[in-house]
Write a protein that binds this ligand. Structure first.
Ligand SMILES: Cc1ncc(COP(=O)(O)O)c(C=O)c1O
Length: 400
């Protein structure tokens, strides 16, 4: 396909700037198509996508099986509402629950909606036990849980909350330390919500001491644990779920980003005891679990289940991480963070400068909170592409 069919990037940007609300400081790049981990702009320039639509495009762009699933389902029926059964939802729920060790799934459209639902489910759990006073949700400094009011109130970043007050009552922000947690939780705690790796906040892993304290306090107080795996889940760290290896025991797990194969889809996985508190009419969504998105997502889950897929993610991730580790201390590059293909690199300059320089090397990268460059490549990244990324970033390191 040539790019002649598209207006030039300047025209695209002018139209966008005139009509689209500026909630994002867009990078100067107009993308028109992709293939695996590669994307092309309006001028036909090619880039290696190390962002994957912010951890969405797990199988890269235009994966043939995802495309076929979308086409097939869209040509049959695009929407049913949740009033009826479909042959799709039970299948997806079974796969997710089997790998997550949970019992039921609720489907919605996005990450923030998944967290809203999880917060509601946690409160309803205590209400049904006659403990409605047990309503507090504890979350952590530098966390990110979404932009709607419940998820926003749980988000531990002033810069994201400022200007939108009053936020919801019943939310407590804790430091991501054993001491902070001991102070924050108690008899009123309904649930603690935690990202296994705080992604937007700077690719920060809770310490083993913190995890041990959380497990101890969960045992003592009996609060529910919500693992927000919206960015970490479904293969990103080389495992189905990132909460397993540090030893977290969630009662609810929230998912979105890669779940719909590039289409909007979110989910909450629940333990049976929490699911028992939810009755028809307690929560709902018109579009949630849209059949086209679920069909696309089943193609993603099918790939994740294939023997060798996650092993390959781990292998490519360790090759990429080894290459990036060799850049530590070079130019602005510092400590390497994260797990698998959720990668943070602490940098000593504005990460935006590196993103700009990386584009000139044919690489699309992103940032996280603090001075952190964030890389979230598709899970289908190849060894050669990993080497290309390291070489490009080496040149960036030497030029800044
Ligand atoms: C950990 C986490 N939770 C929640 C969200 C919100 O997801 P969405 O943007 O789909 O509402 C995000 C998005 O970046 C996230 O990374």
């Amino acid at each position: 396909m040539t790019s002649a069919a598209f207006p030039d990037s300047e025209a695209v940007r002018d139209l966008d700037a005139r009509w689209v609300l500026g909630t994002y400081a867009r990078q100067p790049l107009s993308l028109v198509r992709g293939d695996g981990a590669w994307v092309w702009d309006t001028e036909g320039r090619k880039y290696l996508d190390l962002t994957a639509g912010i951890a969405v495009n797990a199988l890269g762009h235009a994966d043939p099986l995802v495309v076929a699933a979308i086409h097939e389902q869209a040509s049959r029926m695009a929407h049913t509402s949740n009033l009826y059964f479909t042959p799709l939802h039970g299948r997806m729920a079974e796969v997710l629950c089997r790998h997550g060790g949970l019992d039921k799934a609720f489907f919605c459209n996005s990450g923030t909606e998944a967290n809203e639902a999880a917060i509601k489910f946690a409160r309803k759990f205590w209400y049904e036990r006659g403990s409605a006073w047990r309503h507090e949700i504890v979350s952590f400094q530098d966390s990110f849980h979404g932009r709607t009011y419940g998820a926003l109130s749980a988000t531990g970043q002033d810069k994201i909350q400022t200007g939108f007050g009053p936020l919801l009552p019943g939310f407590v922000r804790s430091a991501l330390t054993p001491e902070g947690l001991r102070e924050a939780v108690g008899a009123h705690t309904a649930a603690v919500i935690l990202e296994p790796i705080l992604a937007e906040g700077g690719v920060i892993e809770p310490s083993p001491e913190f995890i041990a304290t959380l497990n101890e306090l969960q045992e003592k107080h009996g609060f529910l644990l919500i693992a927000d795996e919206i960015q970490t889940g479904l293969g990103r760290t080389g495992e189905w779920f990132a909460h397993k290896s540090p030893g977290l025991h969630p009662d609810l797990v929230t998912l979105a980003k890669p779940l719909g194969g590039g289409l909007p889809l979110g989910a909450v996985l629940l333990k049976q005891a929490v699911a028992d508190a939810i009755k028809p009419g307690d929560h709902g969504t018109t579009f949630g679990g849209n059949p086209v998105a679920v069909a696309a997502g089943l193609a993603v889950l099918d790939r994740l289940e294939r023997p060798g897929f996650l092993e390959n993610v781990r292998e490519v991730a360790s090759r990429l991480r080894a290459g990036l580790a060799s850049l530590s201390g070079r130019g602005p590059f510092g400590e390497l963070r994260g797990r698998g293909l959720l990668i943070g690199i602490a940098v000593s300059c504005d990460p935006g400068m590196i993103m700009d320089a990386a584009r000139a090397q044919g690489l699309i990268a992103y940032r996280a909170g603090g001075h952190v460059l964030r890389l979230l490549p598709p899970l289908v990244l190849t060894a050669d592409q990993a080497d290309f990324a390291v070489e490009g970033l080496r040149k960036v390191a030497d030029r800044i």
